[in-house]
Design a protein around this ligand. Structure first.
Ligand code: RNT
Ligand code: ZN
Length: 415
């Protein structure tokens, strides 16, 4: 494709009142938080053993990162193929113990993330963060909602450590750190007491957020879920739990697109939440039959969310990705998902929003339907190509050549 095709597309969109230059500039400004855990199947650096918490990676594609150096190199490779400036999303279990002395999760300190800060500073990246309430001997089904006060105490302390580490990231990098809380707490079979664990979860969070974190540096978000493996019947932190907690305590809800019934429309939830809390956070994921965490595709679900994000002002959203496919090249998984999210946002940015809204309000539903459908085959690819060209990157599958070279030269050498 060429400049000529971009100019033709520009004209076609202009006829609808859409400015492609504005769309490109707007897309350049949207940062997506790329999750480090796709690089090593949610392993982390504690050598803790199995992944727990009712989540699972499947597959054993060769070449996963085994050390901080390898993970950082892989992140670099991925980011080099993604247009735009983004952020990285870390988990507490990715702490780096530089002196070799491992500390417990309730004793983690900013210094254990010094290397990540150094990494991010050099590349002008922001860092987002997550406490890790799984893959740990004290995370046996229940953490913050545990009936055992010692277990709760341990995880409350972990939560507070993470608020402090998030403050450190925000301060060092000059951009607020989104700190997302997700706990796996749930039960395999029908509970006799649904209220008790939820009350304990609430009280535990109250204790964590009693720590007066700097609101300019940290933006806490709380993530709900429907079920997990081994916790099929009851999840303590349900959507209602977190929606209630967030609204009452001035926190942000995080919607993981894999954490709802498969027939629910997650995009539809956004506008309601926005009305009452101003901002919404996302874990964009792809549930296939269950919360499978497949790499996101450019599909209707992702496109619908992107449309809502753009219609309501991208600055009102925290967009992070959350998936972990161990059956394919992990660098490609990152690049593809990030680029798919960007494509979905671009498509939304090219929507003649005011025209469509006016048609809805005038009840011209036929015209609205026709325009919505015709728009789907407008030449968005020419605009995407231009966006990528300005970032000096290929707009098509050519980037995979680079990934395969890296696989041959680097990944395949990892035993
Ligand atoms: C699990 C949640 C959670 C995790 C990450 C690793 O179902 O989606 O966000 O995927 O924190
Ligand atoms: Zn998630």
């Amino acid at each position: 494709m060429s400049k000529v095709q971009y100019q033709a597309a520009q004209k076609q969109y202009a006829a609808l009142g859409v400015d492609t230059e504005k769309a490109i500039k707007a897309l350049q400004k949207i940062s997506i938080s790329m999750h480090c855990w796709q690089g090593d199947d949610v392993g982390g650096f504690e050598n803790a053993g199995a992944l727990t918490g009712g989540i699972q990676t499947t597959g054993n594609y060769p070449g996963k990162a085994r050390t901080p150096e390898e993970l950082m190199a892989d992140i670099d490779k991925a980011l080099s193929l993604i247009p735009g400036k983004h952020r990285i999303n870390l988990h507490a279990c990715y702490a780096i113990f530089e002196d070799g002395k491992k500390v417990e999760r309730n004793k983690l300190e900013p210094k254990h993330f010094r290397k990540w800060v150094e990494f991010a500073k050099k590349r002008h990246l922001g860092i987002d963060f997550n406490p890790t309430f799984f893959s740990h001997p004290l995370a046996d089904g229940l953490t913050l909602a545990s009936e055992d006060p010692r277990v709760r105490k341990f995880w409350i302390e972990h939560g507070i450590c993470c608020l402090k580490i998030a403050e450190y990231f925000g301060k060092e990098l000059g951009t607020p750190c989104a700190l997302n809380f997700w706990v796996p707490d749930g039960l395999k079979d029908e509970p006799s007491d649904r209220f008790g664990p939820r009350k304990r979860l609430k009280e535990s969070y109250d204790k964590i957020f009693k720590y007066k974190y700097n609101k300019k540096l940290v933006v806490p978000t709380i993530e709900s879920k429907l079920f997990g493996i081994g916790a099929e019947s009851y999840t303590v932190g349900s959507h209602e739990f977190y929606m209630g907690y967030a609204l009452k305590n001035n926190l942000l809800c995080l919607l993981d697109t894999g954490h709802f019934h498969l027939s629910e429309n997650v995009a539809d939830k956004i506008s309601s939440l926005l009305l009452f809390s101003g901002k919404v956070a996302f874990h964009v994921s792809r549930p296939v039959r269950w919360d499978s965490d497949h790499v996101i595709r450019f599909n209707d679900d992702v496109r619908a969310c992107a449309h809502e994000i753009v219609r309501n002002g991208p600055e009102n959203f925290i967009i992070a990705l959350d998936y972990f496919d161990a059956s394919i090249n992990r660098i490609a998984a990152w690049v593809l998902g990030m680029r798919n999210m960007q494509k979905a946002l671009l498509e939304a940015l090219l929507e003649p929003r005011e025209t469509l809204k006016a048609l809805q309000d005038a009840r011209q539903y036929t015209e609205q339907l026709v325009l919505q459908e015709e728009l789907k085959t407008y030449p968005m690819t020419a605009v995407w190509e231009e966006f990528c060209a300005r970032a000096k990157l290929p707009a098509n599958e050519c980037w995979m050549k680079d990934v395969l070279e890296y696989e041959r030269d680097v990944l395949s050498k990892r035993a």
